[in-house]
Design a protein around this ligand. Structure first.
Ligand code: HEM
Length: 397
């Protein structure tokens, strides 16, 4: 039987953003692999095998015979995803070739060196939040700008260009927009990044784009650099922004957990891992079987698409002790899949962790009486967005 799964399939119950909805839970508990019909902005509507159990999601991600780059058409029209240089568009040696060029920029050591810049951005945005006063929207004033400004520093995007970058990035990740709007917006994103790359080629800056151009500029076309630059911009912005917003909401809903993150530095690392697991903000991951395969003794045919729900996997029985839908910042961290797994595991995960580990405690310490300006029932979610999140979060203190 094929079940229609709304986009994004990782939908949560109304007014409860912290667990999968009942339909997804039911599909996970089904002993058969469910065949679903869904859609995403890159592929449009498509049929897929839905994988919801933790071990099986990890197994697929670890197996190179499930390919990621199947939809990429190098000679087709350019869109947000159909662009050379985007790591998720490649498999095997081609993927390794591009990934190696970028991974030097994201080593633990290089990311640690970014901590003072992240702290400065967080402090500046907290000043802005205080100046805006009670009633300010946490997403607009803090959760959105922090990761955007960090990525802009990383890519060497000048201050005066950042508003335009934010606007285009928001359009690019809003699946509610028409294809025409998306194509128009992508053309503007590509034009901006192309211009930045030409400036950086003339005078490489002290940032990852400048570094990439210095070390690999001769081997990479402008087209490939546009893909790399824009994919980092998009992948590293909405995800972290959404994590800051939803994490704040989850903590405000549970004052005991909030107090632990605010007052006890020793819980910070574990709290961020727990929030990454619980909230699972990334969209479902998609792969395509390159040959006939088996998953848990059940067949997956060559050419079949596979849709991996990390949200459902993270909320299944047995992954964590106790209730998986309850936030427990002192829980022993588990090896979750919030950043994926295997060859395509998130290249920016150390940076994402750094931002969350700095931003969340800093927010709660600067505004110890932080609360929602309206009740929990008034919170609006970005249900149609590729990356799940809170649309607006008016706060008071
Ligand atoms: C909390 C924040 C983040 C989450 C939850 C997240 C999640 C993910 C996931 C699940 C994947 C794997 C996709 C797949 O296998 O299909 C991924 C890949 C990727 N992420 Fe992230 N990400 C985050 C932050 C970032 C940041 C900050 C950057 C860059 C600055 C970034 C850049 C990338 C890139 C370039 C890839 C593709 C890697 C490859 O294909 O080899 N992400 N991310």
């Amino acid at each position: 039987m094929t079940v229609a799964v709304p986009m994004p399939h990782n939908r949560r119950p109304a007014r409860c953003p912290f667990r999968p909805d009942a339909g997804l839970e039911r599909l996970r508990d089904d002993p058969d692999l469910s065949r679903v019909t869904t859609s995403n902005p890159q592929l449009g509507p498509f049929d897929a095998v839905l994988v919801t159990r933790f071990d099986e999601v990890r197994q697929v991600l670890a197996d190179a015979r499930y390919e990621a780059g199947f939809a990429f058409d190098g000679s087709g029209p350019r869109t947000v995803m159909n662009q050379p240089g985007i790591l998720l568009n490649y498999d095997g040696p081609e993927h390794t070739h591009y990934r190696r060029m970028l991974s030097g920029a994201f080593t633990v050591k290089r990311v640690r060196a970014l901590a003072p810049a992240v702290r400065r951005v967080v402090d500046e945005r907290l000043d802005a939040l205080e100046q805006a006063g009670p009633g300010a929207d946490l997403i607009e004033t803090f959760a959105g700008p922090v990761p955007l400004l960090v990525i802009c520093e990383l890519l060497g995007i000048p201050a005066e260009d950042r508003e335009g970058v934010q606007r285009r990035s928001a359009i690019g990740t809003d699946v509610g927009n028409t294809l025409e709007t998306q194509l128009e917006n992508f053309a503007a994103m590509a034009a901006y990044m192309g211009d930045l790359i030409r400036r950086q080629r003339a005078q490489p800056g002290d940032d990852i784009l400048g570094d990439l151009i210095r070390r690999h500029g001769a081997d990479l076309s402008d087209d490939e650099l546009v893909g790399m630059g824009n994919s980092i911009l998009v992948a590293g912005h909405e995800t972290v922004s959404s994590m800051i917003g939803l994490s704040t909401l989850a903590l405000l809903e549970d004052p005991g957990q909030l107090a632990a993150v605010r007052d006890d530095e020793s819980v910070t690392t574990g709290a961020v891992e727990e929030l990454l697991r619980l909230l699972s903000v990334a969209p479902p991951l998609v792969r395509q079987a390159s040959t006939d395969l088996e998953l848990g003794g059940r067949p997956v045919k060559a050419g079949e698409r596979v849709l991996l729900s990390t949200l459902a996997a993270h909320h299944g029985v047995g992954l964590v002790a106790g209730e998986p839908g309850r936030l427990d910042v002192r829980r022993r961290p588990v090896a979750h899949l919030a950043f994926g797994y295997g060859a395509h595991q998130c290249i920016g995960q150390q940076l994402a962790r750094l931002e969350l580990q700095i931003a969340l405690p800093a927010l709660l310490r600067r505004l110890p009486a932080l609360r929602l300006a309206a009740g929990f029932d008034a919170v609006e979610y970005r249900e149609e967005a590729l990356v799940y999140g809170v649309a607006r979060l008016p706060v008071a203190w």
